[in-house]
Design a protein around this ligand. Structure first.
Ligand code: IFM
Length: 445
């Protein structure tokens, strides 16, 4: 078992923990917050496992002091959280809800008092329902509404927050939300989904100058969910499928961000579902950033399958035995490969691993401990993989575990626990798992 040591990493390396607003905050109906698309989605029968909602979630809105103290106890020097858009702009744009901003103001002060660096994500999927009612991400206006949201938040907290992430995992908020129907708003329209990817990227590029204007020292980036892609067999057809799948999963986002526009092979593949792009959009999308956020969980194997949209590929199962509770293969080598590939193909500048973690069926033992040795092994092996990439010359500046707390895992409700800290959703009691203790020891050594 690899045994990474903190001292192998640069002294200014950011060691963090991540959460997102909708997954932890609760307090859905207080202080002027309006509904997001996820509140609407949760209310629709059959969408979320067990009919769960996030109205309470981890009650982080009311328990943030306790949660920040947990981060301090663990010893992380950075906390990545997201801002709930419908708390700040209940109608999506227009009147700012000051009470909503007050919460983040307190949260950020609490972090700074504890010597923890705030890493703020603007969009982690909770679009105001008011904007979805006007068409949501397929509507170009939403990109400009996002620019206003970035302005409102950065004006208020830009004096204390240096690190800004515009979007978390655009793949999920667009393809899963507007095409696969698995995530809010639950639509199944490929054209709308692809148009959404374009508007999300456009909104990212529109927000950056606003952030730089309001926060002179700002460091801005976007967090993408990226996957090493492998062919399911040695056949030529599966090899071509691998290239196409990498095209839609990875290159579709990376190419326009790093200046070469959308990949031609995928545009051709999409045909009539290709996005409408206005002149100047690609320049906006490729506005230089200060870091690339990488969310890494697993690799994918794909086979050629003419029936499968968007790019005629089907994700296949492998025989790998080492899997998390989501049935995702544990493959730390993929992180090394991915980071090296990003450096080779895109030269994105500094990279931050903005999410990495695993769900397992954690059980409280009779002594009240959670012996999540699988998660400990997952995290230490990924830190080791990260270190290997750094030794190979990749400039990685930080690593954030997903997640600080067990929380609302989207369509899976509360059935998948990703936290280093266990949450009893009946009592809201927090208990550090063995993984939290391991991370803490790692950070203190
Ligand atoms: O919980 C999610 C998070 O919101 C985005 N990235 C993946 C995590 C685990 O599924």
């Amino acid at each position: 078992m690899p045994n990474p040591r903190r001292s192998q990493f640069p002294a200014d390396f950011r060691w963090g923990l991540s959460t997102s607003a909708f997954q932890v905050e609760g307090a859905a109906n207080v202080d002027g917050r309006a509904a997001s698309i996820w509140d609407t989605f949760c209310a629709e029968p059959g969408r979320i496992r067990g009919g769960a909602t996030a109205t309470q979630a981890c009650e982080h809105y009311d328990r943030s002091d306790e949660d920040l103290s947990l981060i301090k106890t663990i010893g992380a020097n950075a906390y990545r959280f997201s801002v709930s858009w419908p708390r700040i702009l209940p109608n999506g744009r227009g009147t700012v809800n000051v009470a909503g901003l007050d919460f983040y103001d307190r949260l950020i002060d609490g972090l700074i008092e504890r010597g923890i660096d705030p890493w703020l994500t603007l969009y982690h999927w909770d679009l105001p329902q008011a904007l979805q009612d006007k068409g949501g991400w397929p509507n170009r206006d939403t990109a400009f509404a996002f620019e206003e949201f970035a302005d409102a938040v950065s004006r208020r907290v830009g004096d204390r927050v240096r690190n800004w992430i515009t979007h978390n995992e655009p793949w999920c908020s667009t393809i899963k939300g507007y095409f696969e129907g698995e995530f809010a708003p639950g639509l199944k329209d490929l054209g709308a989904a692809i148009q959404s990817t374009h508007h999300v990227l456009l909104s990212h590029g529109l927000a950056i100058p606003v952030l730089r204007q309001n926060v002179p020292q700002a460091l801005c980036g976007i967090a993408l969910s990226l996957h090493p892609i492998f062919a399911a067999s040695e056949s030529e057809a599966d090899h071509a499928a691998m290239v196409r799948h990498d095209g839609i999963r990875n290159r579709w986002f990376l190419d326009p961000l790093y200046g070469s526009g959308y990949p031609e092979d995928i545009l051709a593949e999409l045909g009539a579902s290709a996005p409408t792009i206005q002149s100047g959009d690609i320049d906006i999308i490729s506005t230089p950033t200060d870091f690339l956020g990488v969310n890494y969980y697993f690799r994918e194997f794909v086979a050629d399958d003419a029936k499968e949209l968007p790019v005629r590929t089907r994700v296949t199962e492998t025989a790998a035995a080492d899997r998390t509770g989501f049935n995702w293969e544990v493959y730390p080598e993929g992180l090394t490969d991915l980071l090296q590939r990003l450096e080779r193909d895109y030269r994105p500048g500094p990279i931050v691993v903005t999410e990495n973690g695993a769900t397992y069926p954690d059980e409280l033992d009779p002594e009240g401990a959670i012996k999540d040795s699988d998660r400990v092994s997952f995290i230490r092996r990924h830190i080791d993989a990260l270190h290997l990439a750094m030794k190979g010359g990749v400039d990685v500046k930080g690593y954030f575990v997903w997640s600080l707390l067990d929380n609302f895992e989207w369509a899976e409700g509360y059935s998948k626990r990703f936290g280093l800290v266990h949450v009893d959703f009946q009592t809201q009691k927090r208990t550090m798992k063995d993984s939290a203790k391991w991370y803490s020891e790692f950070l203190r050594n």
